[in-house]
Design a protein around this ligand. Structure first.
Ligand code: UD1
Ligand code: CA
Length: 461
């Protein structure tokens, strides 16, 4: 648990997420589209949570149920905005959750890359005042509300693009939409906002002029990193911010010493802790919560999901590993698939076209080619020949296979579970075993080989 952040006032967050997202052309509410494996809304909620906000209120409109379910166990308040009458109206829906003494941080559910660190700076920028805006100076400010400052550079008001004349449109400083405002003042000013403007909407941005009229100084934090305040309205912007986010994660990893063969072809959709001298080839996707130890190399086109990989492991190309634990110095792949609840102890080798599920493979064992190993407890230094299959499913139930230390299973063997192969047992190639095989003995089932003389191969007339 992080240390509690010391604040002069409680922090309450309101996330506006009622917009429909028409330009996504999707049945899904806009904020439920995913960036790096997480919904847009979840990104924003996670930032608020990491700031240890005292409350988080989400203003939702479209797809209420779905949006609520997506948040799961995180404690948040939900306020419905039945009609989207503007950002001021949206905040109004959440006003009952706000206490007078709080700093209220207003965020958008479709702006996923905003960092908690930036928001903390905005809160600090508010100083002793009642209102601070997160702004940015853009080369192309069109579409955004413009920040109007007087000759002393003090903020006077925000004018929306649609209400702006040509002179105002030349202003390059824009309103990100994110602001922090004292609870009591927010309540008071919101009650005074009207909708007499080009869009007949209740503009949250009108707060600024109201504050200034009262003699308040409106503070600002001007952000250089523009990607952080970009919102998502269509799939193009979604892809653009996804790549930007991936680039940033890749950069962090590389600066900690990870070798990425091509950071443009690296995707982390979750959490990753990583050791020294790790080399990751192209098109690797890492999902969920993964740990990678020291001296690990991951081959191209590999997908890792919720895996724990110890030191000195080599994963070759085109592998898929999920919910598995890989101990030191294992070699996996190419083209191997480890399904959930697989554990490989030290020095295990898993080769091409091998699938393993819910199995424990003890140290030094080898499954090098074309096998299915499911529901299996395998001892040490076992050698599994090519094409060995554990027949773990009888059509109704799954059954266990046990293979003792140093057993040798000949190629193309079917082990019909439940079954136990003793230690140092040798199984002849091509056997189908449905009974246990004793330790140290050779066991095989095999049809007798025959050769027919005088037989002729059919040929076309
Ligand atoms: C708003 C700001 C503008 C700023 C821009 C930054 C106002 C009046 N304007 O404009 O100054 O430059 O954001 O992107 O605030 N929403 C609701 N309910 C509503 C309306 C909006 O929940 O009734 C949500 C949307 O889902 C979205 C956010 O509020 O997440 C912003 O709404 P949007 O319509 O994109 O605001 P803009 O008009 O672009
Ligand atoms: Ca917008």
């Amino acid at each position: 648990m992080e240390n509690k952040i010391k604040r002069t006032r409680p922090l309450q967050v309101i996330i506006l997420a009622a917009g429909k997202g028409t330009r996504m052309f999707s049945k899904k509410p806009k904020v439920l589209h995913e960036l790096a494996g997480k919904t847009l809304l979840r990104h924003v909620v996670d930032s608020a949570t990491s700031m240890q906000a005292d409350s988080i209120t989400i203003v939702f409109g479209h797809g209420g149920n779905e949006v609520q379910q997506s948040i799961g166990n995180t404690t948040v308040n939900w306020c419905e905005q039945k009609e989207q009458l503007g950002t001021g109206h949206a905040v109004q829906q959440a006003i009952n959750t706000i206490s007078d003494s709080a700093d209220v941080l207003i965020l958008y559910g479709d702006v996923p890359l905003l960092k908690a660190e930036t928001l903390e700076k905005l809160i600090l920028a508010k100083k002793e005042g009642s209102l601070a805006l997160l702004t940015a100076c853009l080369e192309n400010p069109s579409g955004y509300g413009r920040i109007v400052r007087n000759k002393h550079s003090t903020i006077e008001k925000i004018i929306e693009e649609k209400d702006a004349n040509d002179k105002i449109k030349l202003i390059s400083e824009i309103n990100s939409g994110v602001m922090v405002v004292r609870g009591d003042k927010l309540k008071f000013w919101l009650s005074k906002i009207g909708n007499n403007n080009a869009q007949n909407e209740y503009y949250l941005t009108d707060l600024v002029e109201l504050a200034v009229t009262e003699g308040e100084i409106v503070d600002s934090y001007i952000l250089d990193d523009h990607k952080q305040i970009e919102g998502i309205n269509n799939k193009l912007q979604l892809a653009d911010l996804e790549r930007e986010h991936q680039r940033r994660q890749a950069k962090k990893l590389m600066l900690k010493g990870v070798t990425l063969r091509d950071p443009e072809r690296f995707d982390l959709r979750g959490e990753l802790s990583i050791g020294q001298d790790v080399v990751i080839d192209i098109n690797v996707i890492i999902e969920g919560s993964c740990h990678i130890g020291n001296n690990v190399s991951i081959g191209a086109n590999t997908i890792l999901k919720d895996v724990n990989i110890a030191d000195n492991v080599t994963i070759l190309e085109n592998c898929i590993l999920e919910k598995s634990t890989i101990e030191q110095a294992c070699t996996i792949g190419p083209f191997a698939r480890l399904r959930p609840e697989t554990q490989l102890d030290k020095n295990v080798k898993v080769g091409n076209f091998v699938e393993i599920k819910k199995s424990h493979i003890a140290q030094g064992s080898k499954i090098n080619h074309l096998s299915y190993i499911g529901d299996t407890q395998m001892g040490q230094d076992v050698n599994i020949g090519a094409g060995t299959i554990t027949c773990n499913y009888d059509g109704a139930y799954k059954h266990l296979t046990r293979i003792g230390d140093n057993a040798f299973i000949g190629s193309n063997t079917a082990l019909v579970a439940p079954i136990e192969i003793g230690s140092w047992a040798t199984i002849g190639a091509g056997s189908t075993l449905s009974k246990d095989a004793e330790a140290e003995k050779l066991t095989f089932t095999r049809a007798t080989q025959k050769s027919l003389s005088g037989w002729q191969r059919p040929s076309k007339k």
